[in-house]
Design a protein around this ligand. Structure first.
Ligand code: HEC
Length: 492
């Protein structure tokens, strides 16, 4: 709330982050983390068997991986920072204070990783013989460890965000590492990365031309063995991970898998996942024992299927965090859990630096209501786009919208719909929000975020001729007692 609010009214803010983050994970897991151990293994195998063709194929995989990770991978990595800082600056602001050194270390490790990839690729043909080749393989091993380390750090932060109560137990990188979700999630992601690296390599093997049939069969056998080896570990890690996800979050999995409308399809979804995994296992077994039987398309398809599954998993994981952005500490709309009661009694508008009014009156109801929508709902809802509020309300109430009933809904929506945070405002503010929603239904209008309309004048710095009408009316000293009182209450 204490940031000017960025808002995308069509695709929705969540979708912006989701698209970038899911592409990133799809690249990062198989290509930045899982594949270096596999490539190094192939190189080692090539050396042992004195197989130049195998060696050169491993080099070619490295080149493709390098291109994709340093372009699309790096771009989406930075994109996650940019989009989350725009949509949820309050959450990033809180996390970066706790995880400053973690992220700093992550940055160092990442830079080291990129340098190592460069060295690994560029010295491939130069460090070819005897000892030099062993050194080269050593670089591959180091690279594998470094790329896994980036994941190990980030997963600590992700686990912390999902772990209810983590913040209260003292927030540091150490508490994050020791939170109960950490190891299971790391095991899950590590084995997933290793297995999906196999799927990506299958895809490249599928592209080997007919003229190199011998190489294709040999590679199919090796990489199928790799994939088949990791699948059971991944299964075990998934089970371990599921067993530590908090119950409240598990309850949201069906809704996360599908939207409300399709909630009954969750079994179909589950079976589709089982189907994909079984198909991959069958191809891997065939590839290991009878590589000749495996048609090319069977090597190409698993990558896309696996990637779809991985994307879907991330979507569900993100969904079940609701209504929190940081579990137990901060709701998705940036309101801290311990602040909510205060706002419900005293109102949120007087404490929202960038809202256009501080108090609901008969004259400003619609303006106040719009601000309240932006503050408390717009992180997850648009007006008429993705998860559009108008359609949601129409589905709920048909064409008979009763304002009193809707106000009661808003005040209690966190109880009836636990994936939504409590409305952080008074009864009067809830009524203003509803008045705005009713007006929006009759006169649809797009909400433009701060990135379009600019940043309104914040509290305490009003121009002399244009009083803000806020608590302090431009006078910080006068407002101080009230601000301190609020700070004290939230600190309690
Ligand atoms: C944390 C994200 C989040 C926030 C914040 C949020 N909602 Fe929701 N809301 C959702 C999701 C997700 C759905 C369900 C979408 C679906 O149908 O699958 C939903 C559904 C709804 C529905 C339809 C409920 C039903 O039973 O069909 C209404 C009405 C609604 N929200 C109103 C609001 C209002 C008003 C606010 C702000 C005061 C708000 N929401 C804030 C995520 C959120």
């Amino acid at each position: 709330m204490d940031f000017p609010i960025f808002h995308l009214d069509g695709m929705g803010n969540r979708m912006l982050i989701a698209i970038i983050a899911i592409i990133h994970v799809m690249i990062n897991h198989p290509l930045a983390v899982g594949i270096y151990p596999l490539i190094t293994l192939l190189e080692w195998r090539g050396k042992k068997q004195n197989n130049e063709e195998l060696d050169q194929f491993a080099k070619r995989i490295t080149f493709v991986v390098f291109l994709i990770t340093t372009s699309l991978g790096a771009l989406t990595g930075v994109g996650i920072w940019l989009s989350t800082s725009l949509v949820a600056p309050f959450a990033i602001g809180s996390l970066i204070r706790v995880f400053f050194w973690g992220w700093f270390a992550e940055w160092l490790v990442f830079i080291t990783e990129v340098i190592l990839i460069l060295i690994y690729y560029m010295t491939w043909d130069r460090w070819k013989e005897g000892r030099a080749k062993s050194w080269h393989i050593g670089v591959g091993v180091t690279l594998s460890i470094m790329s896994w380390a980036t994941m190990a750090i980030i997963v600590a932060i992700l686990g912390f965000m999902m772990s209810i109560g983590a913040w209260k137990e003292g927030s540091s990188l150490l508490t994050a590492v020791f939170n109960p979700i950490y190891l299971p999630q790391l095991a899950f992601r590590t084995t997933l990365a290793l297995a999906t690296a196999g799927l990506f390599t299958w895809f490249l093997i599928g592209l080997i031309p007919k003229s190199q049939q011998e190489l294709r069969l040999q590679m199919t056998r090796l990489v199928s063995g790799w994939t088949l080896f990791w699948l059971p570990f991944w299964g075990l890690a998934s089970w371990w991970y599921m067993s530590v996800v908090p119950e409240a979050m598990k309850g949201l999995i069906p809704l996360g898998m599908m939207t409300q409308k399709f909630i009954t399809w969750q079994h179909a979804m589950l079976w589709a996942s089982v189907g994909v995994i079984s198909f991959i296992a069958v191809v891997a077994a065939a590839g290991l024992f009878k590589p000749k039987w495996v048609p090319r398309v069977a090597l190409l398809a698993p990558f896309f299927l696996g990637i779809a599954l991985l994307g879907h998993f991330e979507r569900v994981r993100e969904f079940i965090r609701k209504p929190y952005v940081i579990a137990g500490f901060m709701y998705s709309n940036g309101v801290r859990v311990d602040e909510v009661e205060f706002y419900r009694q005293n109102g949120i508008l007087p404490y929202s630096t960038y809202s256009s009014v501080t108090k609901v009156t008969d004259d400003n109801k619609l303006v106040a209501g719009k601000d309240l929508f932006v503050i408390s709902c717009s992180r997850c809802h648009t007006t008429a786009g993705m998860n559009g509020i108008d359609a949601k309300l129409t589905k709920l109430y048909g064409e008979q919208w009763d304002e009193a009933q809707m106000t009661a809904f808003v005040r209690g929506m966190h109880l009836s719909h636990p994936y939504m945070p409590p409305f952080p405002g008074t009864e009067q503010e809830a009524a203003a929000l509803v008045a705005y929603l009713v007006d929006l239904h009759e006169n649809p209008a797009v909400i433009e975020g701060a990135q379009e309309v600019g940043i309104p004048h914040p509290i305490g710095v009003a121009k002399p001729d244009q009083p803000t009408g806020r608590l302090d009316d431009g006078n910080v000293a006068a407002a101080l007692p009230e601000i301190l009182k609020q700070a004290e209450r939230t600190l309690d």
